[in-house]
Design a protein around this ligand. Sequence first.
Ligand code: 5AD
Ligand code: FES
Length: 349
Amino acid sequence: HAAECTDIVRHGDKPALAALIAKARLAGETERAALFNAADAARRPYYGKNVYFRGLIEFTSYCKNDCYYCGIRAGNRNARHYRLTAEEIWACAAKGYALGFRTFVLQGGEDPWYTDARICEIVSGLKERHADCAVTLSIGEKSFESYKRYYDAGADRFLLRHETANDAHYRLLHPPELSLAHRKQCLYDLRAIGYQVGAGFMVESPGQTDETLAEDFLFLRELQPHMVGIGPFVPHHDTRYAGLPTPTADFTLVLLSLLRLMLPKVLLPATTALGTVDPLGREKGLRAGANVVMPNLSPVTHRKDYMLYDNKICTGEEAAECLQCLSRRIASAGFIPDFGRGDHADRVE
Ligand code: 5AD
Ligand code: FES
């Protein structure tokens, strides 16, 4: 069946993709195992058994947007907020560098306090201190010119999940001032500028169907991103989706495999959300075709204030503790922790 799956994810039209996704959702143990093995084999020629470590620095929990699913949305009066100064960000990175990290992800809400000049200063300062490191930004929607400035300041990669490639579904999850068209434009701008680009979506978000997922696959096939971040939607208690059931890891694992078969060279994280819904979620994700993990380097004093969803793991651990825990777990699962830059197979210098 794996060859047939591969053919559909690479060449199938929307109905064929939706039918495949529907079938994969209901697959039994044997079929799932075959799918995971095929995905594991698909990345081998490019990345072997390596798992790339990225140091995540969550530098601001302020956000001007009000995405309906997110715990740090602007309208959440209960959220506690923090911002890291450039010095604090560099200190996190220096700690990460000493632990072996050679790539850092600077993630935050859309926070206008960080003007382009400030972002550029943070990025170029980081590159000056650690010239051998890759810097990834994950700071939301900006203009082409802003993205270009960050790139010229030294940013190498950009993560911006598209969240869903279906218009009606996008509007269900976001307030009217946000649009899928603009989101997609941002991703195309980032690609045109030269970034390694990451898109992605939540799994089992409210309103998601096999059809909207088929559209996600079609969009990703067209965009050909270097990275795709997916993880289960986890309800946050201060959002309109409070009380919805938390999904299991199962469907995310199947989708990780299908994404790996569609984009064999893609860098695919086993996300924190996956580890949140299942204590062995990240290991299972790696076995299903993922090859990236993003341990948290944010200061422990602020971790609990970057709660996008409930019960987020690793919010009490120091960077070093998390790193040791995760690298041990990854090695026992049969993978090789890799602290290098971990560029996309087509972008290795
Ligand atoms: N559950 C899971 N993922 C979430 N994100 C935001 N809120 C949630 C939630 N409740 C994801 C979004 C965003 C990324 C930074 O976190 O996909 O792009
Ligand atoms: Fe963070 Fe295990 S990975 S504590």
